[in-house]
Write a protein that binds this ligand. Structure first.
Ligand SMILES: Cc1cc2nc3c(=O)[nH]c(=O)nc-3n(C[C@H](O)[C@H](O)[C@H](O)COP(=O)(O)OP(=O)(O)OC[C@H]3O[C@@H](n4cnc5c(N)ncnc54)[C@H](O)[C@@H]3O)c2cc1C
Length: 485
């Protein structure tokens, strides 16, 4: 693995950091260190120090010190990452960015806002709502994830098919480099051709190239109206065909979500989502001005019937749409309560394939799950080809993990052979690292060259992405002797 694991902090370094941010903004308490060793992935490793900086100058001074003393340092937002990107693998310092949470400017006439990285996505949407503006990427974790974390992972969500990912909204960034130097990249203008688009370099960099301390983000007017259609099918293939047929019409809905029968049963059981009991279901949202919404909803309903939907419901009632959306958002937690002794783990959970390959991919995933005796629930943002496959397994069983890992390898081989990517929106971190290298055989070396140029001492979130080597079954958060932290 391309990093050292060990003890990096000494009393002198801890004191120097306390002098920068104040003692009350640092912790070495075992409980805090343990807590900051998690994100929402399967991995865990405690850091040696947690620091809550309040401004760019403090971040710059801490990073400069870490660089001089060769201490690993990891920026953390909401800790909602699903692939271990916010787990401090090497130990060292976790910089909790959530205290840098000011919305600095909202300029609707210029179509941008300026935020600190610790602003939570939903809080920004609440601030933009009175102006009838938003950033419509809408991640499922919006109530907890931060804009800094979203930029660092190129997050998106169910509306990416029409509105894109967060990278499409990044106009400019302020970044603290590994040297401690502060740079401004990008602009406050909607267009810029002024040289390398460096702001894009930091999108998806997962804290390995620099620490984002400010983001200038494009904002866009909210749609006036929306309607939702729930269509049930007796096969997954028909649901997949429905997605492709809608898009090819051409009609670009604001969301097309797909769920298989395992997911439908799980949310109906745990949150009483009230979805029809079927082999597969599509949840389609159309938005725009009222006349367009009405026309698009009619077109979608006609396509669902052409494909042979066994049940269709349509609503523009805000309460009903919120209930369906809540059902969809509850899949991940519901799957964990699906079977006694099983938990839902994020293994192979975020692939994307060309949209027309969805039916083929989903059928192949189910075949693989059967072959290795694991349960796989498949759902996702089918409209943009992004699928989530949560694996249900007994996390204390070495045998389950081994079979799970084999299934993951086969699932990702399928994805790559279909022209897809191992991660559509969650990032690489640890859990996808070996498969990402397989997907990008000619690119990951170049990524390491860029990393070395910007972070020669490898202090920024070391060991992740292209630096990871070997199996993903290490430093697991679960009590499984062979693989645990
Ligand atoms: C229930 C649930 C639903 C989810 N749904 C979605 C979804 O719909 N779409 C989606 O894209 N993701 C989703 N996710 C994954 C996750 O929420 C996103 O990856 C999110 O962008 C992470 O943001 P965060 O603030 O929690 O970042 P963290 O998890 O804290 O960190 C993620 C990465 O960003 C880096 N980072 C954080 N802040 C900074 C900074 N200031 N500077 C540099 N690097 C930084 C970290 O080092 C780490 O590498 C979901 C997660 C959960 C638990």
């Amino acid at each position: 693995m391309g990093f050292d694991v060990g003890q990096f902090m000494d009393a002198d370094t801890i004191q120097a950091i306390k002098d920068i941010v104040g003692e009350e903004n640092c912790s070495t308490k075992v409980a805090d260190l343990y807590t900051y060793g998690f994100d929402a992935s399967i991995h865990h490793r405690s850091p040696e120090l947690v620091v809550q900086p309040r401004n760019t100058e403090q971040v710059s001074r801490i990073v400069r010190l870490a660089n001089e003393r060769l201490v690993p340092i990891l920026a953390r937002g909401g800790g909602t990452g699903l692939c271990g990107s916010a787990v401090p693998l090497a130990g060292g310092i976790v910089l909790d960015m959530t205290r840098m949470n000011r919305i600095k400017e909202i300029r609707v006439e210029d179509l941008y806002c300026v935020v600190e990285p610790g602003v939570v996505y939903d809080r920004l949407m609440e601030a933009l709502a009175p102006f009838k503006f938003s950033i419509p990427t809408a991640p499922g974790s919006g109530e907890a994830c931060t804009l800094g974390g979203m930029v660092a992972t190129n997050a998106s969500g169910m509306r990416a098919i029409k509105y894109g990912a967060i990278r499409d909204y990044v106009l400019g960034l302020e970044v603290v480099l590994a040297s401690g130097d502060v740079i401004k990249v990008g602009t406050r203008t909607l267009k810029n051709s002024s040289g390398y688009q460096l702001e894009r370099l930091f999108v998806g960099s997962e804290g390995t190239l620099g620490i984002i301390t400010e983001a200038t983000l494009r904002i866009t007017p909210k749609a006036k109206k929306a309607a939702m259609i729930i269509a049930a099918f007796d096969t997954l293939e028909k649901a997949g065909k429905c997605v492709s047929r809608i898009i090819a019409r051409p009609l670009i809905p604001s969301a097309i979500e797909l769920m298989d029968s395992t997911c439908i049963k799980a949310v109906n059981k745990t949150v009483k989502a009230g979805f029809p009991d079927a082999e597969a279901l599509c949840m389609i949202e159309v938005d725009g001005d009222p006349a367009t919404v009405e026309e698009d909803a009619k077109t979608v309903l006609a396509i669902c019937s052409e494909i042979g939907a066994i049940g269709v419901e349509c609503s523009s009632d805000l309460e009903q749409m919120a209930k369906w959306t809540y059902g969809r958002k509850s899949i991940m937690s519901s799957l964990s309560r699906y079977g006694e002794g099983f938990v839902s783990v994020s293994l192979a959970d975020d692939m994307a394939v060309p949209i027309s390959k969805i039916p083929e991919a989903v059928v192949a995933f189910h075949r693989t799950a059967e072959k290795y005796g694991v349960i796989v629930g498949t759902y996702g943002h089918a409209g943009d080809g992004n699928l989530h496959t949560k694996m249900l397994l007994d996390p204390t069983s070495e045998d389950y993990w081994r079979r799970g890992e084999k299934a993951v390898g086969e699932i990702f081989d399928t994805v790559i052979s279909l022209g897809g990517t191992v991660t559509g929106e969650h990032g690489v971190g640890i859990s996808k690292a070996p498969y990402f290298k397989k997907e990008r055989p000619t690119a990951w070396g170049t990524m390491n060259v860029i990393k070395k140029a910007l972070d020669p001492n490898n202090i920024l979130n070391p060991g992740k992405m292209a630096q990871w080597e070997g199996s993903i079954l290490r430093m697991l958060r679960y009590p499984c002797d062979k693989y645990s932290d």
